[in-house]
Write a protein that binds this ligand. Structure first.
Ligand code: GDP
Ligand code: IMO
Ligand code: MG
Length: 428
């Protein structure tokens, strides 16, 4: 069976990009199947750093096809900016990229709606979105009547469709945020999007048909998840989530490739927890530990530059998302960041209203009341960013990784000790 899937098991930024770049070597097609320009995936190689958002992290390798499927919400300006950036640094795109004609297109009104509605969660805290129009574009997809897909941009009736959607959007926005709707300049937006469509035309394809042909012919596919399973619209910490199925369950619906073709699911975790934006993070350390993690792990958002909230590893959450995503094995990333701490902790249960629980709560308000129950393990002082073999790690680091595998209930096959491709340990 030809498919491998890389999926984040936390709240995003688990270093999926690094792993996808490495695994691309053994695959022929790399597939982004959900999310949009809210994703920021980093690849570091030979002293160069690449930040990818909508373009799959396999693009830096030769002889690979990169596919953005219909499950993705696509901001064409962002795609073009990424392509220009890659080409200006010598990455040849040519026929390497395919964009689904089914992908829903992000328009300026989606960014405006994101800005206007983000703070309006009933009873409280803002979601703290990336402001990329992700939720509003997915809302239009599900709502259907105001949606525009990439393939629509090439149809004869595109101008009429655009005018219809624009007039609704202007009135809707005006009613909730006076002044915002009238700021939308239809003529300018239409001309801009016609320009984007022209430039993107060579890449637009029916990627569902392409991928089905590929799996049936035995091609090796690598699916690149965006965000993390705890941000999944159905199974995450709703409403503090993103608007797509970012856990393993989203692969089939987002790509059009049935799950039966996926033989290996790699769950990616950081050796600790981070979260950007609103919503509970039970193990959050708003103290010197949190500062250590943020500074050593350079925990600042790739897309929005916001400082990420940091805390101890949450195994209650990761065990849940590993099961949910059908994970076979684990990649533990950023292990080097924990060096220098006298002790390290793993949250292996919660106490909620005096009751000990190991099942991840389905309601966010129950999660807010969860008090972590920690296991404490010895830390290690030596830097490990130059270690290339598992056996050469300090015994405390080995013990910590082994315990993570045990509490999550899956074997650890990869450990990462630095951002570079070379700083990766294969355990088996
Ligand atoms: P993604 O969204 O899951 O692809 O992750 P991001 O790229 O947003 O964030 C991961 C960050 O950690 C990036 O800056 C990576 O360069 C960096 N990184 C990846 N692996 C390691 C590692 O093992 N150690 C350290 N210190 N940094 C890493
Ligand atoms: P990658 O792929 C971390 C978070 C936002 C916000 C919530 C909803 O790099 O791991 P959205 O703009 O999607 O409506 O925001 O989800 N978020 C991410 N956090 N990594 C990401 O992607 C994220 N994409 C969205 O911060 O809390
Ligand atoms: Mg990221």
């Amino acid at each position: 069976m030809p498919g491998t899937c890389v999926v984040g098991l936390q709240w995003g930024d688990e270093a999926k990009g690094k792993l996808v770049d490495i695994l691309t070597e053994r695959h022929e097609i790399v597939v982004r199947y959900q999310g949009g320009a809210n994703a920021g995936h980093t690849v570091v190689s030979g002293g160069q750093t690449w930040k990818l958002s909508l373009i799959p992290s396999g693009i830096l390798r030769d002889g690979v096809t990169c596919v953005v499927t219909g499950g993705v919400v696509l901001d064409p300006a962002n795609v073009l900016k990424e392509l220009d950036g890659l080409e200006s640094r010598g990455v040849r795109i040519g026929s390497k990229l395919k964009l689904s004609d089914r992908a829903h297109v992000v328009f300026p009104w989606h960014m405006l709606e994101d800005k206007v509605l983000d703070g309006s969660v009933s009873g409280g805290e803002a979601i703290g979105t990336t402001g990329r129009g992700i939720g509003p574009c997915y809302r239009d997809k599900v709502g259907r009547s105001l949606a525009i897909r990439l393939g629509d941009l090439y149809r004869d009736d595109f101008s009429e469709r655009f005018a219809h959607v624009l007039s609704f959007k202007q009135r809707l926005l005006e009613s909730v945020a006076p002044g915002e709707g009238s700021m939308l300049d239809g003529e300018r937006i239409l001309a801009e999007y016609r320009g984007y469509a022209e430039r993107l035309k060579p890449y637009v394809a029916d990627t569902t048909a392409y991928l089905l042909d590929a799996v049936e012919a035995g091609s090796k596919l690598l699916f690149e998840g965006a965000q993390g399973a705890l941000l999944d619209i159905d199974h995450g910490t709703f409403p503090y989530v993103t608007s797509s199925n970012s856990s393993g369950v989203g692969v089939a619906s987002g790509s059009g490739v049935p799950g039966r073709w996926i033989e290996r699911v790699i769950g990616v975790v950081k050796a600790y927890s981070t979260r950007v934006g609103g919503g509970p993070l039970p193990t959050e350390q708003d103290n010197a530990i949190g500062m250590h993690l943020r500074e050593r792990g350079r925990e600042y958002g790739t897309v929005t530059m916001r400082p990420r909230r940091c805390g101890w590893f949450d195994a209650v959450a990761a065990r849940y998302t590993a099961r949910l995503s059908g994970v076979d094995e684990l990649a533990v990333m950023l292990l080097d960041v924990l060096a220098g701490l006298p002790e390290v902790k793993i949250c292996s249960a919660y106490e909620i209203d005096g009751r000990r629980v190991t099942q991840f709560p389905s309601h966010v308000d129950d999660l807010r009341r969860a008090v972590p129950v920690y296991e404490t393990l010895p830390g290690w002082q030596a830097d490990i960013d130059g270690v290339t073999r598992f056996d050469d790690l300090p015994k405390e680091a080995r013990g910590y990784v082994a315990r993570l595998g045990e509490v999550i209930g899956r074997p650890v096959s990869i450990v990462s000790v630095g951002p570079d491709r070379a700083q990766t340990i294969f355990c088996r």
